[in-house]
Design a protein around this ligand. Structure first.
Ligand SMILES: Cc1cc2nc3c(=O)[nH]c(=O)nc-3n(C[C@H](O)[C@H](O)[C@H](O)COP(=O)(O)OP(=O)(O)OC[C@H]3O[C@@H](n4cnc5c(N)ncnc54)[C@H](O)[C@@H]3O)c2cc1C
Length: 378
């Protein structure tokens, strides 16, 4: 069977790559891909929200084009941190569940790259079991008063707003007492503290809420029905091709390391076979990602298919980085001087979090087992 993009999709890819090459991509000084000025340039050329329907400021492109877009952004190392979450998750949720007033206010701000969103889902006692979220939002007239704590909030220190999962009815069964709020991160009562990951970088945070007042019109969807919005939200997140495409860049580094091993005459047959397997795995993973986009393009909501792509891509990346570490050796991992070995060692440590972020491998496997294979819940 041959998989191919349509001429229109190829045309879209070449238009986008032309734009990205012509833009003189900015240096990602902080390494977080967070650059509002660049997002605004993308917006001016109609790329932010391009996959949204035209009536909401998009170009009505389909899910396959959206994946091509993500793929090229990553392959070109284009900063997308500023608009990414708002474009991929917040906007589509607003389009489906927001009021007309919310759509009028927020969608243009997202498309124009005037607002960036962090995701406030996880809490110290609610990660995989998101329905256990305890951050409380109590109604007081036309405001909510929010108290509680979120954790692992990526880019929370850089974003303007946070998509916040809160408990609005503590007495209801846990899936039925949850709501989603959009909260300005500059609101009085919010404290953001940095957390450092295994690579020593600060990209995620703890966010504390103390009597934070949020207007009721910042709630998306009905009160206490937030769980259903979230379930869709997570499907948008899991189907992202970034799981695999950025691995292509890591794979290029692995091949560069293999070149060094070969130059020393040490590229054994078993190592060659491992590299060949990794390359095959990379292509399979990419197809799994495009399969989720294909399903969306024919009107289906991928869930276990997206979980398959996520487990496969993230676990494959850990295998790949383990092979790379074998090649550079443990002493290579000690380098801190901008060498290939250092970037591989950082990639190896960074790969650990991939099977956790966006839902752990165990949770994804449960989804595949229940919804894909129809097995009973344990
Ligand atoms: C790089 C990174 C970025 C992140 N960014 C964000 C962000 O921006 N916003 C945000 O809200 N969160 C973010 N997270 C948090 C992430 O969503 C959670 O870490 C993840 O959902 C797991 O939750 P947890 O850490 O509480 O682990 P837990 O849920 O406590 O899980 C601990 C272990 O138990 C296993 N486990 C739990 N339940 C089950 C089950 N039912 N069956 C089998 N095994 C189970 C898990 O697989 C895991 O191995 C980020 C995490 C990482 C690593």
């Amino acid at each position: 069977m041959k998989f191919a993009f349509t001429p229109e999709q190829e045309q879209f890819r070449s238009e986008l790559t032309g734009f990205l090459r012509g833009e003189g991509l900015p240096r990602d000084e902080r390494g977080d891909g967070f650059d509002q000025a660049f997002s605004k340039r993308m917006s001016a050329h109609g790329y932010v929200g391009a996959a949204w329907p035209r009536e909401f400021g998009g170009r009505g492109l389909g899910p396959i084009e959206q994946m091509i877009y993500t793929e090229e952004m990553i392959l070109h190392d284009a900063p997308r941190g500023y608009h990414f979450t708002a474009e991929r998750q917040v906007g589509p949720s607003l389009i489906r569940h927001g009021t007309d007033a919310q759509k009028r206010e927020w969608l243009p701000r997202i498309v124009n790259a005037d607002v960036s969103f962090a995701l406030g889902l996880s809490e110290p006692g609610a990660g995989s079991d998101l329905a256990a979220a305890a951050t409380r939002a109590q109604r007081d007239g036309d405001e909510y008063v929010v108290n509680g704590q979120k954790i692992w909030t990526s880019n929370g220190h850089l974003c303007d707003a946070i998509w916040l999962v809160v408990r609005t009815d503590p007495d209801a069964p846990k899936h039925r007492g949850i709501s989603c709020l959009m909260v300005d991160l500059k609101s009085p009562g919010i404290t953001i503290r940095p957390l450092y990951d295994l690579t020593g970088e600060h990209h995620f945070n703890e966010v504390f809420f103390e009597d934070v007042r949020v207007p009721v019109d910042r709630r998306v969807g009905e009160e206490n029905r937030g769980w259903y919005i979230l379930a869709e939200h997570l499907d948008f997140e899991r189907s992202g091709i970034e799981r695999l495409v950025d691995l292509d860049r890591l794979f290029q580094r692995v091949m560069a390391a293999a070149g060094e091993v070969a130059a020393r005459g040490q590229l054994s047959d078993p190592l060659r076979w491992r590299l060949a397997e990794l390359k095959v795995g990379l292509e399979v993973g990419r197809l799994l990602c495009f399969r989720t986009a294909y399903l969306q393009s024919v009107g289906k909501v991928p869930n276990y298919e997206a979980s398959m792509a996520k487990v496969y891509g993230t676990e494959w990346s850990q295998r790949m980085m383990a092979v790379a570490m074998q090649m550079i050796g443990l002493d290579g991992a000690a380098h801190e001087d901008g060498t290939l070995a250092q970037s591989i060692a950082t990639g190896y440590r960074g790969a650990v979090s991939r099977t956790i972020a966006g839902g752990t491998s165990e949770i994804q496997r449960n989804i595949v087992a229940n919804r894909g294979l129809g097995l009973p819940r344990s």
